[in-house]
Design a protein around this ligand. Structure first.
Ligand SMILES: Nc1nc2c(c(=O)[nH]1)N[C@H]1C(S)=C(S)[C@@H](COP(=O)(O)OP(=O)(O)OC[C@H]3O[C@@H](n4cnc5c(N)ncnc54)[C@H](O)[C@@H]3O)O[C@H]1N2
Ligand code: MOO
Length: 653
C-alpha cells in the first residue's frame, strides 16, 4: 500500500462545519425504556400525562375537612361551633376529602369543646388547604417535550402521571479500535520492551464516550498492517456500532494506513486539521457510519475527540452540543504560537491576590499528565502568533469554577516533595488543590515579582557565600516583600554503579584517570553545585574526564551510569534510587518556598505551612530518601523589599 500523506488541511472551523453538515442529522435508534432506568436519556417523542395528579381532592394539611360555607361568619368575638362527624371530619395530609367538604382547617386552628364539638375563630375559604384534582398534572397535557434529557424530578413526574415507559434515543454505540503493533495490554506494562507502549488511549476514549452519554465498545489493540486494519474496519462497519473510532496511525508515518483504507472502503472527508494537538485527525464515512481517526498521542486524541466526537454523540441523541464553562484569566507567561495553527494550551489556574492567573504547562502532545495537572485549556486562535504575558485569555475550565478559589498556585523549580505537599494538603482539606508549573527557580521568583503565584520553589546557590536564594531575592525582588521558608534540604551526590566498583568516595576521585564522569548542562543548579564543590577543594575542572559531557536532567545522568557509558555523575538521590544505582553523598542543598508577604495570611498558604511543619510530612519526606526535612517550615529570612530581617521563630508570628 502506498504511503498516505495528508489531503489538504482544513482549519478547525472548516472541519467542524464539514463534519456537522455530513453527520448532524443522524439519530440513533429509538428504544422503549422503563422510566426507572431512563435517567440522563433523551426523549425521542413528547410525553403526555396519562393521569391527573392528584386524581382526587385531598387534604393538604392535617386537621378537619369542612364545608367552607358552614364556617362563614366565624371570628374571634363570635366563634362558631361545628359538629364532628357531621360538619367537620378529621383528616391527615393526603387523605381524600369526605363527600360534601371543600376546605381544611389546620389542627392548630381549632379548639375542641367536647368529644363531639369544635370551636373555630375564623372562617375557612373554599378550597383552603386542599390539593385539587389536577393541581399538579392534568391528564392529557404535555408533560415533557421531545429532545429533553431526563433529570431526577422528570422521572417522578412521569411515574406520577401514570407513564411507566418512555421512548428515548439509544445511547450511541461507539466502536473504539486502538491500533499499533507496538501496543501491549496494561497488565503487561512491566514487561514492555523499548518500543512497546502500554495501550491506554482506548480506556481514555471509552471513558469520554461514557461521560458524554454513549456506549463504548472497546476492542483490544491490533497490529497496524494493512490487511489487519482493513479486516477490522470491515468488522466495525458490519457491527451494531453507530460510530467508529480508530486510534493512532492517523499521521503520515510509513505504517499509517488508516486514511487510505477509509478512502478505499468509504468516504474520506477530512484528513489533517490546522490544530495542535490533534492535527492528523481523520473524518469520514465508512459504509454509512461516521468514522473518526483520532491521533495516537494521548493529548491529541483527547482534544480531537472533544472537537469531533463529542458533538456527534449529542447530535445522535437529538441534542445540540453543550458549551463549556469558561473564565477570563491573565496569562502568566508569554506563549508564542505558530501562525496558522489553532493551539490548545494546558494551563493551571488560580486566584492570586484577586486576579485569576493562568500558567502554561508542558506542550507535548504525548504528555498525558499535562491534562491530569491542568485546570483549564486556552485556545490560541490560528491567526494569532501567541499570547503576551499579562494578556487576558478565555480559559475553558477542566474543574469546577469554585475550585479555583481553593487552588494554591506554586511556580518555580519542581521537586518530589512538592508532590507530597500536594497530597497532604488534599488530605487535610479535600478542596485544597496545589497547582504547580515548573519554570525553574529563577522563573519562579520572576512570577512572584509579577504577582502571579502564591509561592515559588527555589534552590539558587550563591557560590560567593554558599547560601541559597537570598542574593537572588535581593537582585530580583526589590520592592517585593517575601519570606523564605525552608522546605527541605536535599542530598546531591555521585551516582555510581551498584556496589560502587570503582570505589569513588568524593569529588577528589573524579580526577582519577580510570574514572569517567558525566556532567550537567551549564547554568543548571547541579552544575553550579559541582563547580562550587571543586572550588572548595581548590581544583579547576581541568583533568576531569567527561566535564564537558553535558546532560540535561538528573535521570539522564543516572541512565549513563546505568548503561556503563560513565562511571559516575552528579544528581539527586532519587535519580540513583529510581534506577537501582548506588549513591555517594557530596553535599546538601536547601530548597526553599518563597512566599510573598501579600500571600502570607492566605488560608491556603497557612494550610501549606501547617502541612510542612507536621510530623507526618517529615516522615513521608524522610521515607523517600535523600531529604532532610528536620527544619521544614523554618523561616530562614524575611525580606521587606529592601533589606533582610532575621527570623528564627518557625512560624514567624
Ligand atoms: N512526518 C510526520 N510525522 C508526524 C506528523 C506529521 O505531520 N508528519 N504528525 C505528528 C503528529 S502532530 C501526531 S499527533 C502524531 C500522530 O501519530 P499517529 O496518529 O500516526 O499515531 P502513532 O504514530 O501510531 O502513535 C503516536 C504515539 O501515540 C502513542 N499511542 C498510540 N496509540 C496509543 C494507545 N492506544 N495508547 C497509548 N498511547 C498510544 C504512542 O506514544 C505513539 O508513539 O504523529 C506525528 N508524526
Ligand atoms: O498535532 Mo499532533 O496532534 O500535536 O501532536
Amino acid at each position: 500500500m502506498k504511503r498516505k500523506i495528508y489531503l489538504e488541511m482544513h482549519t478547525l472551523a472548516e472541519a467542524r462545519n464539514k463534519w456537522r453538515r455530513a453527520v448532524q442529522d443522524r439519530r440513533t435508534a429509538v428504544e422503549e425504556l422503563p422510566v426507572i432506568s431512563a435517567l440522563g436519556r433523551v426523549l425521542a417523542r413528547p410525553v403526555t400525562a396519562r393521569l391527573s395528579v392528584p386524581h382526587y381532592h385531598g387534604a393538604a394539611m392535617d386537621g378537619y375537612a369542612v364545608k367552607a360555607s358552614d364556617t362563614f361568619g366565624a371570628s374571634a368575638v363570635r366563634p362558631k361551633h361545628l359538629t364532628i362527624g357531621q360538619q367537620a371530619f378529621a383528616v391527615d395530609t393526603g387523605d381524600p376529602l369526605p363527600q360534601g367538604t371543600d376546605a381544611v382547617i389546620m389542627i392548630e386552628h381549632v379548639d375542641p369543646v367536647d368529644a363531639h364539638t369544635l370551636e373555630i375563630r375564623s372562617a375557612a375559604f373554599p378550597w383552603q388547604h386542599v390539593r385539587k384534582v389536577g393541581e399538579d398534572i392534568v391528564a392529557g397535557e404535555l408533560l415533557l417535550p421531545q429532545q429533553h434529557r431526563l433529570r431526577p424530578a422528570d422521572l417522578g413526574a412521569l411515574l406520577a402521571a401514570g407513564v411507566s415507559t418512555v421512548s428515548v434515543y439509544a445511547k450511541p454505540r461507539v466502536w473504539i479500535q486502538p491500533t499499533g503493533s507496538e501496543l501491549v495490554p496494561a497488565q503487561d506494562a512491566a514487561k514492555a520492551a523499548p518500543g512497546q507502549i502500554v495501550e491506554f488511549n482506548g480506556t481514555v476514549i471509552a471513558a469520554m464516550v461514557t461521560q458524554e452519554g454513549g456506549l463504548a465498545l472497546l476492542q483490544a489493540g491490533i497490529a497496524d498492517d494493512p490487511s489487519t486494519l482493513r479486516a477490522s474496519m470491515q468488522q466495525a462497519a458490519a457491527s451494531e456500532a453507530d460510530l467508529i473510532i480508530f486510534n493512532a496511525g492517523s499521521s503520515a508515518g510509513s505504517e499509517d494506513y488508516t486514511a487510505s483504507l477509509v478512502q478505499d472502503l468509504g468516504t474520506l472527508l477530512v484528513h489533517g486539521v490546522t490544530m495542535m494537538p490533534g492535527k492528523p485527525v481523520l473524518l469520514g464515512i465508512l459504509e454509512g457510519k461516521p468514522f473518526v481517526g483520532l491521533p495516537g498521542y494521548p493529548v491529541s486524541a483527547i482534544v480531537a475527540f472533544e472537537q469531533f466526537v463529542r458533538p456527534l454523540l449529542y447530535w445522535m441523541q437529538g441534542l445540540a452540543e453543550p458549551g463549556w464553562t469558561t473564565v477570563e484569566a491573565e496569562m502568566g507567561r508569554k506563549m508564542p504560537s505558530k501562525l496558522g495553527l489553532e493551539e490548545f494550551l494546558r494551563v493551571v489556574v488560580g486566584r492570586v491576590q484577586d486576579r485569576l492567573v493562568a500558567m502554561p504547562l508542558q506542550r507535548g502532545a504525548g504528555v498525558i499528565t499535562s491534562l491530569v495537572r491542568a485546570d483549564g485549556l486556552v485556545q490560541i486562535p490560528q491567526e494569532s502568533e501567541g499570547i503576551n504575558e499579562g494578556e487576558a485569555v478565555r480559559v475553558r475550565l477542566l474543574r469546577a469554577e469554585e475550585d479555583l478559589e481553593h487552588t494554591l498556585v506554586m511556580i518555580g523549580s519542581h521537586d518530589n516533595t512538592v508532590d507530597v505537599m500536594a497530597s497532604e494538603l488534599k488530605r487535610v482539606d479535600s478542596r485544597l488543590h496545589l497547582s504547580s508549573s515548573n519554570v525553574g527557580s529563577l522563573g519562579g521568583l520572576l512570577a512572584l515579582k509579577r504577582g502571579q503565584a502564591h509561592c515559588a520553589g527555589a534552590h539558587l546557590l550563591d557560590t560567593a557565600t554558599g547560601d541559597y536564594n537570598r542574593s537572588y531575592v535581593e537582585r530580583h525582588l526589590q520592592g517585593i516583600p517575601v519570606r523564605l521558608v525552608q522546605l527541605v534540604r536535599r542530598r546531591q551526590g555521585l551516582v555510581v554503579a551498584p556496589g560502587n566498583p570503582k570505589k569513588i568516595q568524593s569529588v577528589h576521585d573524579l580526577f582519577r584517570p580510570d574514572v569517567r564522569f558525566v556532567n550537567r548542562q551549564t547554568g543548571s543548579g547541579t552544575r553550579i553545585l559541582l563547580d562550587y564543590e571543586l572550588a572548595k577543594i581548590g581544583r579547576s575542572p581541568e583533568g576531569l574526564q567527561g566535564y564537558d559531557w553535558e546532560e540535561y536532567t538528573h535521570m539522564a545522568v543516572a541512565v549513563n551510569v546505568l548503561s556503563g557509558s560513565a562511571d559516575c555523575g552528579m544528581a539527586i538521590y532519587a535519580a540513583a534510587k529510581a534506577l537501582g544505582l548506588d549513591f555517594v553523598p557530596v553535599c546538601e542543598e536547601r530548597y526553599d518556598l518563597v512566599v510573598p508577604e501579600a500571600c502570607w495570611n492566605d488560608a491556603k498558604i497557612q494550610a501549606l505551612l501547617r502541612v510542612i511543619v507536621s510530623e507526618r510530612f517529615r516522615r513521608l519526606v524522610e521515607a523517600m530518601g535523600g531529604y532532610d526535612p528536620s527544619h521544614s517550615g523554618t523561616i530562614v529570612g524575611i525580606w521587606n523589599g529592601a533589606a533582610w530581617r532575621e527570623a528564627d521563630d518557625p512560624r514567624g508570628d
